[in-house]
Design a protein around this ligand. Structure first.
Ligand code: FPP
Length: 228
């Protein structure tokens, strides 16, 4: 009998916060606040899941700076508040925080909060929650290539993979919420052999129950990795 696929690395594009708020006559920022609650629920679900080791979440892209300053500022404050308040939850569920992306552009305060949470959770082992922050895949690959060149090494799949923001772990499944079907410069290297699932659900409505259904779908798919 065919064995189900094992899900180790789940990558998510959390989309639809703005539309969720608009539909309710609320400000877009309210959608982001509700979205942060789902980040907690989905992370907790993944920490308790028997096979998931990494959860990578697209929280702020290199393109998101184009949004109105008020929304960008709100997202930065929300992130700071979330990370600061979340430490007991990370500890309770044994979750380690990692970050990919170029956070040099963030305020010193936010950079300090990120460093603190990364440090406090460094030895947790149930799940690595990877937040993609000021992240763009092309930017990550370019920075990785330059790291390899600066180290005087040959550019190979191994050296480049190791020079990415986190040593590269293939993503098994990409989920994008809100009905959009595109990659938006996300994890181009890591998603090379991933399965993709797009759901119409807006991120603030995306609950662990639905994730479980999508994981069932993933487990039943045939993955051939280029073979037959
Ligand atoms: C996309 O929705 C979402 C974002 C650009 C940001 C994601 C942020 C969160 C889920 C909340 C904060 C994150 C953490 C880690 C605490 P959109 O605004 O593009 O929605 P729209 O397409 O409907 O306008």
């Amino acid at each position: 009998m065919k064995q189900p696929n094992t899900l180790r690395h789940l990558a998510v594009i959390m989309d639809g916060n703005g539309r969720w708020a608009n539909e309710r006559g609320l400000k877009r920022t309210k959608g982001h606040e509700e979205g942060a609650e789902r980040v907690r629920d989905i992370t907790t679900y993944c920490a308790l899941h028997p096979t998931i080791e990494s959860l990578t979440l697209y929280a702020f892209s290199t393109e998101n700076w184009k949004r109105p300053k008020m929304e960008v500022d709100f997202l930065m404050r929300l992130l700071d508040r979330y990370l600061t308040n979340e430490i007991p939850v990370y500890m309770e569920h044994n979750v380690r925080l990692e970050v990919i992306g170029d956070i040099d552009r963030f305020s010193k305060k936010l950079q300090k909060t990120i460093a603190k949470v990364k440090g406090t959770t460094a030895n947790n082992t149930s799940l690595t929650q990877v937040l993609a922050l000021n992240y763009g895949s092309r930017d990550e690959i370019i920075r990785a290539v330059n790291r390899v060149i600066d180290a005087g090494e040959a550019v190979t799949e191994e050296s480049l993979g190791a020079a990415l923001d986190t040593p590269y772990v293939d993503a098994d499944l990409l989920v994008r919420t809100s009905g959009e079907q595109r990659l938006s410069n996300y994890l181009l290297w890591q998603l090379s052999y991933a399965e993709f699932i797009f759901t119409d659900t807006l991120w603030p409505d995306f609950k662990p129950d639905e994730l479980e259904t999508l994981i069932d779908q993933y487990e039943g798919r045939e993955r051939r990795f280029g073979g037959i």
